[in-house]
Design a protein around this ligand. Sequence first.
Ligand SMILES: [Zn+2]
Length: 567
Amino acid sequence: MQAAGRFVVLAACVALTAGAQARAQTGTALPMKHAPARTQTAITPADLMTRLYLYSDDSMMGRLAGSEYNLKATAYIASEVKRMGLQPAGDSGGYFQNVPLVKRQLDPSASFSVDGTAFRTWDEFVPRDPGRATRPFDGAQVTYGGVWPDSTIISADQAAGKFIVLGAHNGPNVPPPQQVNRAAILGRYRAAAGIAVVALETLPPQAITFFRQAQTILRDAPEPTDTISLPVYVYVSAAGARALLGVPLDSVKVGAAGKTVHGAVSFVEIPAPARNVVAILPGSDAKLKGEYVAIGAHNDHVGFDQTPVDHDSIRAFNDAVRKLKLASPNHRVTPNQVQQIRVNVDSLHRLHPARRDSIYNGADDDGSGTTSVLEIAEAFAGARGSAKPKRSIIFVWHTGEELGLFGSRYFTDHPTVTRDSIVAQLNMDMVGRGRADDENGGGPGYLELVGTRRLSTELGDLIETVNKARKQPFTFDYQFDATGHPEQYYCRSDHYMYARYGIPIAFFTTGNHRDYHQVTDEPEYIDYDKLAHVSQFVYDVATAVANLDHRVVVDKPKPDPHGNCVQ
Ligand SMILES: [Zn+2]
């Protein structure tokens, strides 16, 4: 599942080094490595174990979209569906649908100078990427614009064609309306040659690190607004402002002219490899085989980083945080509580040495969904006679989910079967956990459902009916489907990209847990019996939808496909 905020992983790591130490934990029941065995047609825990230990192995390096490891991961999926005999349904007769991701980063030749003295990039000036072309500013006149957002700041007309310097209210207690707001500043001063905001001293180092990183984005057909350039937007220090204005900030009048700036700041885009895997099992009914039930998961995860952490320390720490959250779900864990978590690494390391890890293997997220879809595909491919579904099944393993639902956005914008022929989409993201220590009410029968009645009451009812027919029915937790739920699950995984086009969806997940987006999301912590049950259940739901004598009825309003998702 996509992270709710960009600093989620970072925040946890910072907290650990700030206050926590690991406590000894009991050993895990499953091994770190598992020898693969031949898979069979039936959906089994053993097959899922074979697949998931392969798919979330360190050799996959976290499967990040835009990296060669996404190609490696998707190659495994494609080789499996080929072996199963499914029809390719990607680009030009193959199983892959290439998704045009690019990495945007500052042009290495960027420069910014005044009076012949260059500002050092990322140190003396920090540029922000506007996501599109930036305006040339070489030779522009510097003008002091005042302190944002005071009433005395210069007008948009006064700023036109100028490189403006804006002071800022810095400090810990500045109320939000008084804070620097890049969108508002760019909105007001769109006609400026450039904007320098004097706030560099207050930017946290991790923010600068984040701004420096290349941003991977979906570069589909350029939007019309891409042709309009924006002013360059940079952060400078008070000393930098003095160099630009020729006098100290506190002695300059609003609207006063400063020096002349030179240089160029632009951003470049480099193609980044990423692909969906798409395969079809043709339906058995001549009339209905032109319609599809889509089953999906995401093939990517978040890659690896350069700062290894000790597996057991971080897990013990996150275990303690999770316990606090489960004990008090509506209460945000406070920094104070985080400080109070004391765990003893030494006693842990008497049992075994530190296991340093920097690869996010994403066994649950979404190795579980990916291998589940493979198991479902294998079961459908082996179905004979009346067990064959009447409608066709289209399996889509989406790329770039973690970076912004890019693969599912691209597939639904450029579907390889007619979009209207997809009668429903069943999405699995994180379906291998949900134990009692993961969720309140967790256990073997625990399953969260999201979105099942948001477009089609019939689909939601059908899922309940299929569940009641099970020997051991699941207990559904619908809390994350609530309108406006702050966790935003309806908007945070691939199913929404289908729902925005009015395709009824069901999102199956066993929910969040202490290893979410951590290096500890490993295959030894997966509940394979549970994963097999969820897979069989989704198989049964897909069969029921595929064999209906009509399409599941859409009886709810459709969202705007190009608007924002509303939880
Ligand atoms: Zn995720």
